[in-house]
Design a protein around this ligand. Structure first.
Ligand code: MG
Length: 160
C-alpha cells in the first residue's frame, strides 16, 4: 500500500570533447567525440541522479560528489547512480518510474536506446517498462543544435 509519492526533475548538459569516450546511460557509444567532465561525463546518468535526489528532498549530485574531489575524477557515473539509489532507498523510497529525454544532433541514439533502458532499469531496481529513454534533435537550434554538446532531462517518481 503506497503511503507517499514524489516527483523529481533533473537536467544536465556537457560539451563535446576529443579523446574521450562517449558514455550515455552507462553505455559506451561509438563516436568520434566524448563529453568533457570531471567524471566520465554521462549526461543522462547525472540528470537521473538529480531527479532522484530532488524527488527525495536530498539536494543534488554536486552535494554528494563535488567536481573538485579527485575521488570522482573520470569516475564511471553508474557508480554515482548506484550510490544515489542506495541513499534514496535508505530513506524508504522505491523508484516508481523514470522518463528521460536526450537532446543531441549526433550520434543517432536509436540503436542504443534499448541497451540504455536495460542498464538504467537494472541500476534503479525496476522492471524495464518503468523506464523510458527518448532522444531528439534540437532542429539545429542552440548549443545542442550546433553539435556543441548534449543535454538530458529526467523525470522520476518515487513511492513508499
Ligand atoms: Mg554532469
Amino acid at each position: 500500500m503506497m503511503t507517499d509519492f514524489r516527483v523529481g526533475f533533473g537536467y544536465d548538459s556537457h560539451r563535446f570533447a576529443p579523446d574521450r569516450p562517449l558514455v550515455i546511460g552507462g553505455i559506451v557509444i561509438p563516436y568520434e567525440l566524448g563529453l568533457a567532465a570531471h567524471s566520465d561525463g554521462d549526461v543522462l546518468i547525472h540528470a537521473v541522479c538529480d531527479a532522484l535526489l530532488g524527488a527525495a528532498g536530498m539536494r543534488d549530485i554536486g552535494t554528494y560528489f563535488p567536481d573538485n574531489d579527485p575521488t570522482w575524477k573520470n569516475v564511471d557515473s553508474t557508480k554515482l547512480l548506484a550510490k544515489v539509489v542506495e541513499l534514496v532507498e535508505g530513506k524508504g523510497w522505491k523508484v516508481n518510474n523514470l522518463d528521460c529525454t536526450l537532446v543531441l544532433e549526433k550520434p543517432k541514439m536509436k540503436p542504443h536506446v534499448e541497451q540504455i533502458i536495460n542498464r538504467l532499469a537494472e541500476l534503479l531496481h525496476v522492471e524495464t517498462d518503468r523506464v523510458a529513454v527518448k532522444a531528439k534533435t534540437n532542429e539545429k537550434m542552440g548549443f545542442t543544435g550546433a553539435g556543441e554538446g548534449i543535454a538530458a532531462t529526467a523525470a522520476v517518481s518515487l513511492a513508499k
